[in-house]
Write a protein that binds this ligand. Sequence first.
Ligand SMILES: *[C@@H]1O[C@H](CO)[C@@H](O)[C@H](O)[C@H]1NC(C)=O
Ligand SMILES: *[C@@H]1O[C@H](CO)[C@@H](O)[C@H](O)[C@H]1NC(C)=O
Ligand SMILES: *[C@@H]1O[C@H](CO)[C@@H](O)[C@H](O)[C@H]1NC(C)=O
Ligand SMILES: *[C@@H]1O[C@H](CO)[C@@H](O)[C@H](O)[C@H]1NC(C)=O
Ligand SMILES: *[C@@H]1O[C@H](CO)[C@@H](O)[C@H](O)[C@H]1NC(C)=O
Ligand SMILES: *[C@@H]1O[C@H](CO)[C@@H](O)[C@H](O)[C@H]1NC(C)=O
Ligand SMILES: *[C@@H]1O[C@H](CO)[C@@H](O)[C@H](O)[C@H]1NC(C)=O
Ligand SMILES: *[C@@H]1O[C@H](CO)[C@@H](O)[C@H](O)[C@H]1NC(C)=O
Ligand SMILES: *[C@@H]1O[C@H](CO)[C@@H](O)[C@H](O)[C@H]1NC(C)=O
Ligand SMILES: *[C@@H]1O[C@H](CO)[C@@H](O)[C@H](O)[C@H]1NC(C)=O
Ligand SMILES: *[C@@H]1O[C@H](CO)[C@@H](O)[C@H](O)[C@H]1NC(C)=O
Ligand SMILES: *[C@@H]1O[C@H](CO)[C@@H](O)[C@H](O)[C@H]1NC(C)=O
Length: 701
Amino acid sequence: MDLLSKGWAVSLLLCWFFVVVSCNSVEKKIYVNLNYTVSCVRLLNATHQIGCQSSLSGNVGVLHVLESEENLDWVLHSGPNPPYMVILESPLFTRSIMMKLKNGSSRVAGVAVVAPNTNPAAGFSPHTKCPNENTGVYSVKYDPAMAHCNKTLWNPLGNGLSYEEFDFPIFSLKDDNETQVIRQCYLDHNRAMNGSSLQYPLCAMQLYSHMSAVTDTATCMRRNDINFSINPEIVCDALGDYNVWASTRPLNNTAKGHKMWESVVIAAARLDSRSFFFDIAPGAESGVSGFVTLLAAAHALRNATQEAQPNRTILYTFFQGETFDYIGSSRMVYDMENKQFALDLDNVHSVLEIGQVGLRADSRLWLHSDPVSRRNNSVNEEVKGLIAKLHSAATGLSVSVQEPSFSQPLPPSSFQRFLRARPIPGIVIEDHQSAFTNRFYESMYDNAEYLNVSYPPNLSPEEQLEFVTDTAKALTEVATVVARALYTQAGGEEPQLSSIKADPQIVTQMLYSFLVQSNNSWFQQLIPSDLKSHLTNRPPNYYVGVAQQSSEPTLLVQHLLANLTGRTVNITQENCQNQREDENDKESKHMYSYMWVQGVAPPNGTEREGYCIRSTVRLSKALSPAFDLRQYTSDDYSTWTESRWKSIKGRIFLVASHELEMLTLGVGVGVLLTSLLLTYIISSKADILFSSGREPTNATY
Ligand SMILES: *[C@@H]1O[C@H](CO)[C@@H](O)[C@H](O)[C@H]1NC(C)=O
Ligand SMILES: *[C@@H]1O[C@H](CO)[C@@H](O)[C@H](O)[C@H]1NC(C)=O
Ligand SMILES: *[C@@H]1O[C@H](CO)[C@@H](O)[C@H](O)[C@H]1NC(C)=O
Ligand SMILES: *[C@@H]1O[C@H](CO)[C@@H](O)[C@H](O)[C@H]1NC(C)=O
Ligand SMILES: *[C@@H]1O[C@H](CO)[C@@H](O)[C@H](O)[C@H]1NC(C)=O
Ligand SMILES: *[C@@H]1O[C@H](CO)[C@@H](O)[C@H](O)[C@H]1NC(C)=O
Ligand SMILES: *[C@@H]1O[C@H](CO)[C@@H](O)[C@H](O)[C@H]1NC(C)=O
Ligand SMILES: *[C@@H]1O[C@H](CO)[C@@H](O)[C@H](O)[C@H]1NC(C)=O
Ligand SMILES: *[C@@H]1O[C@H](CO)[C@@H](O)[C@H](O)[C@H]1NC(C)=O
Ligand SMILES: *[C@@H]1O[C@H](CO)[C@@H](O)[C@H](O)[C@H]1NC(C)=O
Ligand SMILES: *[C@@H]1O[C@H](CO)[C@@H](O)[C@H](O)[C@H]1NC(C)=O
Ligand SMILES: *[C@@H]1O[C@H](CO)[C@@H](O)[C@H](O)[C@H]1NC(C)=O
């Protein structure tokens, strides 16, 4: 009797063991987790929510690979197994199809777009046709004929998809083996042959991207406040980051507001970009071409501005969050108006902004200016002077500069936010005369390939870093024009000009680092060791993100600008990190910033020898003033917030028919109850069952 019951207990345990093991392997067969999940997320402004989201437990749908727009009927009307998870090849990711799916959203569980490995031939821009339509200078009040891009539609290819709201998740898939698994699953299980009905099990996909925030920014900020007092759970965060700036003469950054005798020429570019999907914003033409040009110009001016200091200071500024209603520039102007910045607007002499300059037809640059402020004579004279300086800066170079027609307003640009405050003379340099040349504005295709940054085959990453591409040579010319024009605009002497030249080697290294991969030997030298983890083997993502900390692009530009405009100083690491030249120094932190960077890695693998860089590089907040003022319905300032989420993930699996699912569930529950009962019996009778002590170790299992 004793032996029998022991044997029974052992076999029960064995049986249990097998059930558990086989359950696990079944689960592995059924679920394939997607490893690459790039999703569209929810953003909110004063009045709307845009973007996508799933339900709390993820949206599940039967896979359907859409073959053409006509094929939509299956998804929207005739298919027998709704809701569907629609797989789109990128040519079908159009406004027309997406709006039909949006309209039929009761039968659509979600969408997965297969991103191609090479850029499409046709243009594609999910942005609006008139970027930042309501927050630039061209309001109806400023000039009714120029409001709402009435004169020039800057982004005619814009289909506005990035500003639509979808109540299902939308993911992007790379076209690789993972996507092949999905296609195969569809072909094996879901493809209806000659109209015959489908056989279960079917291949399904589940996408999770549940968003916490709803309705608009005011609503979610109110919820943040309520939650804060009861249980601190934030549902949305303001978009924002940090602007990067530096000056050719040190400015006391502790003393805010107006500086006597200071007159600055602002040289501006924007840092950020976006695409339909949250994690991909390569911004090659829309952002990188401009800020790399400005960085190269700043480098070219380092010697000239230190040897023969021109009368005016040049202020290099790199604005963050410009995509979302000019977050960075509107904040800097606000800070200047409110004595929160090292300078005020009275110190600003003029503005030279570098826009999109990577795609020049016939090497032509276009000098855009604001016709409204130029109606004022003195502004007009200054603008004409700056144009003349740009013309003479370009002589002898393979770049030509031209003006578009006098009556054309400015393209979307940070300078517009300065003009909103007062009529400051300025020019925006672009590669387009009227509408953008950029066919992929604010899309995932605005990448290295589009800017023609490519390398001969068989180069190692380090060789690619050093290889001077044609794009780099061309941008170097632009940087030289910008540097020379800035120098004369700041009051420097003309004869100095020919010695001011941008360096193609530096430009090519920047293009590689900002468009191909930031993790390379050059950037490793330029950053402090605690920021190493920010370097990646991908191009950085230029989406602005939320304000808590500065993003990867901001950090990289900050440290690079310090290297390109600063000096190394021979001081200890401790003094460097304490922002001083020596123990007794209490003043220099007002004028300079100090960074201890890693330095070169010696080839024999010993420790890097770090050193200290002294520069005038600073960060300033790029958070919309609307959030400091708590004006969440502001018309003047950006009100964009990003919803929080718990997880973004996806998986595919086979679903049985509904009846079979119910049967499986019933059996599962039955097994569970039985085993619970058995466990209860065994444990309550344990002293009887196992009374004769432990089995010897040679027991058979
Ligand atoms: C939206 O769907 C409804 C039926 O569900 C249809 O009547 C209507 O025409 C559709 N609208 C658009 C814009 O496609
Ligand atoms: C836009 O321009 C057209 C002519 O170019 C004019 O008729 C129309 O009134 C303008 N619209 C606005 C809102 O100013
Ligand atoms: C908010 O975004 C929506 C969608 O892009 C836009 O139509 C609306 O004008 C924006 N509201 C404000 C106040 O900017
Ligand atoms: C993808 O599949 C191809 C051929 O089926 C194979 O050669 C390749 O190694 C696979 N790539 C990955 C990353 O699994
Ligand atoms: C995801 O990665 C895991 C491990 O790297 C792999 O086993 C699995 O097949 C991948 N999923 C897909 C869909 O390729
Ligand atoms: C589907 O129809 C085509 C011709 O209409 C036929 O050649 C093919 O064999 C059919 N396939 C199946 C699975 O019935
Ligand atoms: C900078 O400004 C601060 C605050 O006004 C002042 O205490 C400091 O002495 C100034 N430093 C220099 C070098 O001007
Ligand atoms: C700046 O000056 C240093 C030494 O005076 C020289 O080595 C360097 O090449 C110059 N840089 C540029 C960009 O002219
Ligand atoms: C720069 O300032 C000096 C002295 O303040 C003056 O003599 C000189 O003419 C100025 N140069 C220019 C180009 O304004
Ligand atoms: C900038 O970085 C280079 C290495 O790429 C280094 O040789 C140089 O000394 C650095 N300059 C400064 C001012 O830090
Ligand atoms: C840096 O300073 C230390 C101590 O003051 C000195 O020994 C060293 O030679 C200096 N290095 C350079 C490159 O000037
Ligand atoms: C590594 O190289 C550095 C400089 O080239 C040298 O000073 C050091 O002695 C070398 N260390 C070893 C272990 O070879």
